[in-house]
Design a protein around this ligand. Structure first.
Ligand code: GBH
Length: 485
């Protein structure tokens, strides 16, 4: 892959999420999440697909862990399902927690570090019926759920992530409507955004206390963090003030509305001004920002693409962006609904996302320069969807996904050489899976899943990733490897 050395202890892994792989949507006491309910809304999900069976990981977990071991993964990033652990947000469901307990044991037995995410978009539907993330009380319910998972797994799981991509589960779910719960109200999206931040802070505080207080030799052994999806907003014409302002607005909503409360303890003034008509400040109570801005041990970065942003309408002949279904949606950008995303004509993945590995390098370097209080970074997701072909010999020669992977891993290494403190990389995704509003139509796996037989086949990209990990580990600097984070 490259002859340069990787920092000692750099962690290689792969990621999944509960609703995307587990299936068993109504087994052993699990109740509906908002994605189970959303799948029943006509035309919400491409092909009428549902997460009911997904890739049946709930029943195939030991084989899937064996696959991870065969690939040489050092860590596995998975999420727990709130609706399985506390169905309807009532009492703890032992059977649901037992599944995760078995998973953790299986991982540890295979020498794989469990990297647990508490919320990857699957709110219990019962809580949605009480307002979901627009209801401040949901933040406190999240803290209780986090403590229940910690009670069961805190003796074996060290690495905890509160939220995966709160941008998506707030603005895309409540303002844009492409994701569950499919609401299309700008103010609801902003309420969800703040309440998820609050939930993060409450959970971090509760988990630290439950595990012995602040980190330190005698204190908590936990490593706590959050994962954001960070996307660079590139002005279409950097000499045009209208495009520059559009890029500022989108950078604010995609990135700074999340980074700044967490790292600086304040929402960015310019974005507060952009969303003024929605009275965002009413959601922010005294003391909330101190709760939100507690120190974290790592920041997870999910990155897929950057985007070209303009403040002008698209030309009439511009190709329409890919949409999972033709169900009407709204803008996920409160106060900046007019912004457009003109194509730069670069090659795209099957999601229509332009491929630009330099964008990942530049993002990581920018974060390191602009936020002095930035904790160590982990790439908690990066990957690509392509329309795979199973050849007659059964092989999946997914050369584009392999190239995407190599180029983005190289971009991470360049960022490190330019000073970014990146400690690990998780490819999205281990398995083809339920790609949210796209259903099973888009495949991100480095392992192919035949959705009829549930058979798993390592793709060429998966074999390449296994070789890459093995090679990277032999080029680690000879200093003894520190523990991750
Ligand atoms: C991630 O989503 C998820 O964590 C994962 O579950 C999923 O399977 C994977 O990526 C692949 O999709 O603000 O409306 O202009 C994040 C990918 C990147 C999609 C940012 C939405 C912004 C759209 N997201 N993008 S918008």
């Amino acid at each position: 892959m490259t002859n340069d050395r990787w920092p000692a202890g750099f962690l290689w892994g792969s990621a999944t999420a509960a609703a995307q792989i587990e299936g068993a949507a109504h087994e052993d006491g699990k109740e509906d999440s908002i994605w189970d309910a959303f799948a029943r809304v006509p035309n919400a999900i491409a092909g009428g697909d549902t997460p009911e069976t997904a890739v049946d990981h709930y029943h195939r977990m030991p084989q899937d862990v064996a696959l991870m071991r065969d690939l040489g993964l050092q860590s596995y990033r998975f999420s727990t399902s709130w609706a399985r652990v506390k169905p309807g947000d009532r009492a703890v469901n032992r059977a649901g927690l037992d599944f995760y307990s078995r998973l953790v044991d299986e991982l540890l037995g295979a020498g794989i570090l469990p990297w647990l995410t508490l919320y990857h978009w699957d709110l219990p539907q019962a809580l949605e019926e009480r307002g979901g993330w627009t209801n401040r009380d949901t933040a406190y319910r999240f803290r209780d759920y986090a403590l229940a998972v910690h009670d069961a797994l805190g003796d074996r799981v060290t690495h905890w992530t509160t939220f995966n991509e709160p941008l998506c589960s707030s603005l895309i779910g409540y303002a844009g409507g492409e994701h569950a719960p499919g609401r299309t109200e700008a103010r609801a999206g902003l309420a969800a955004l703040h309440h998820q931040h609050l939930a993060h802070g409450l959970a971090v505080r509760a988990l630290r206390e439950a595990s012995g207080g602040a980190r330190g030799p005698a204190g908590s052994p936990l490593r706590l963090g959050i994962t954001l999806n960070l996307t660079t907003a590139v002005p279409n014409d950097p000499a045009d003030p209208v495009d520059l302002d559009a890029a500022r607005r989108i950078d604010g909503l995609w990135n700074r509305m999340f980074l700044e409360p967490l790292l600086l303890g304040a929402y960015p003034d310019d974005v507060l001004e952009d969303v003024r008509e929605h009275r965002f400040e009413e959601f922010v109570h005294d003391g909330d920002l101190e709760v939100i801005a507690q120190p974290i041990d790592f920041l997870g970065v999910n990155h897929y693409h950057d985007d070209n942003v303009s403040g002008h309408p698209l030309p009439a002949d511009a190709p329409a962006g890919l949409q999972p279904t033709d169900r009407p949606k709204a803008s996920p950008f409160p106060g900046s609904e007019f912004v457009t995303f003109p194509s730069r004509g670069r090659p795209t993945t099957a999601m229509g996302w332009e491929v630009n590995p330099d964008g990942l390098r530049d993002l990581l370097v920018r974060l390191s320069r602009e936020y002095p209080s930035l904790p160590p970074l982990y790439i908690t997701e990066n990957g690509s969807a392509y329309d795979d072909v199973v050849d007659d010999d059964g092989r999946i020669r997914d050369i584009e996904r392999e190239a995407y992977l190599r180029e983005h891993v190289a971009a991470v290494q360049e960022a490190i050489s330019q000073g970014a403190d990146v400690r690990g990389y998780f490819v999205w995704s281990l398995l083809d899976n339920f790609e949210w509003a796209w259903g099973y139509a888009k495949r991100f796996g480095i392992v192919h899943v035949d959705y009829e037989s549930q058979r798993r086949t390592v793709k060429d990209s998966g074999a390449a990733y296994a070789r890459l990990i093995a090679a990277a580990r032999t080029t680690e600097s000879d200093r003894s490897a520190p523990a991750p984070v």
